[in-house]
Design a protein around this ligand. Structure first.
Ligand code: B1M
Length: 207
């Protein structure tokens, strides 16, 4: 009996070992990788996102669930690639130039991956040229900019301007502790999200 619900439940509980075992068992039983992804891993990560947004769980629990998600994805990813399953789109993310904070950015990346996006993480201290070059090369649908410092959040505007000047059509979402919706509007971002769960919703609403 294939236990896709169990995969979701163990992912929510952050049990990477069990997620790995159940994903492998489902593959052995010839369940399609897309079905395992949607009804097991993504379904579990959606619950994690909702609980996080409602403050029923906190960052450590999300990180543990994300680790369980990775454990399942490690097995599934090659099969998904082989079966030609399409991701929801390409999401490029990085922390802007001068800023080394990456915990929040990593959470957003994990949640987006959990929601079925191909995520390209450029890391920290990423300048505008690198964002644009990568967005064009990878044909990014959405670029995510993270900043934790009041001094570096200004660098988001530089990225947004360069993206537009270079004719890159990717939409841009911004986030990070010092950001607000009105700041995001002021610098011409397409979207703003106050947390990682909201980022998934905002990105989906942009396309
Ligand atoms: Co730094 N730091 N820090 N720091 N640090 C802050 C941000 C600060 C508020 C602390 C303080 O003074 N109270 C302050 C900023 C003040 C300001 O600008 N007004 C500060 C400072 C000043 C500094 C240094 C300048 C300190 C120094 O050297 N004198 C220095 C700067 C280094 C640099 O970046 N160039 C520095 C260094 C560091 C460490 C390296 C030690 C470490 C970072 C480690 C790492 O990230 N790998 C660090 C840490 C850990 C913090 C605090 C304590 C925690 C940040 C964090 O990870 N929060 C922070 C104080 C605080 O916030 N309490 C602080 C948890 C994380 C999950 O939240 O990143 O906000 P957050 O992400 C959230 C949302 O904001 C949102 O979703 C996430 C999850 O829900 N989000 C997005 C984030 N990115 C998003 C992108 C999106 C959407 C949503 O779309 C793309």
């Amino acid at each position: 009996m294939i236990d896709l619900k169990g995969i979701a439940e163990f992912l929510i509980a952050g049990n990477a070992q069990k997620v790995r075992e159940l994903v492998q068992a489902a593959i052995n039983e010839k369940v399609g990788p897309k079905k395992i992804l949607d009804e097991g891993l993504i379904s579990g990560m959606e619950v994690v996102g909702t609980k996080f947004r409602n403050c029923e769980i906190y960052i450590p629990e999300v990180l543990v669930s994300a680790r369980a998600m990775h454990a399942g994805m490690e097995i599934l990813e090659p099969l998904l690639a082989k079966s030609g399953v399409k991701s929801k789109g390409v999401f490029l993310i990085g922390t802007v130039q001068g800023d080394l904070h990456d915990i929040g950015k990593n959470l957003v990346a994990m949640m987006m991956k959990g929601a079925g996006w191909k995520v390209i993480d450029l890391g920290v201290d990423v300048d505008a040229e690198r964002f644009v070059k990568a967005a064009l090369e990878e044909r990014a649908d959405v670029i995510g900019l993270s900043a934790l410092l009041t001094t570096t959040m200004e660098n988001m505007k530089t990225v947004i301007e360069l993206v537009k000047n270079k004719g890159c059509e990717a939409r841009i979402i911004v986030g990070g502790a010092p950001l607000t919706q009105s700041y995001a509007d002021g610098i011409g971002a397409d979207g703003y999200a106050p947390n990682a769960a909201a980022a998934v919703e905002t990105v989906s609403s942009l396309l």
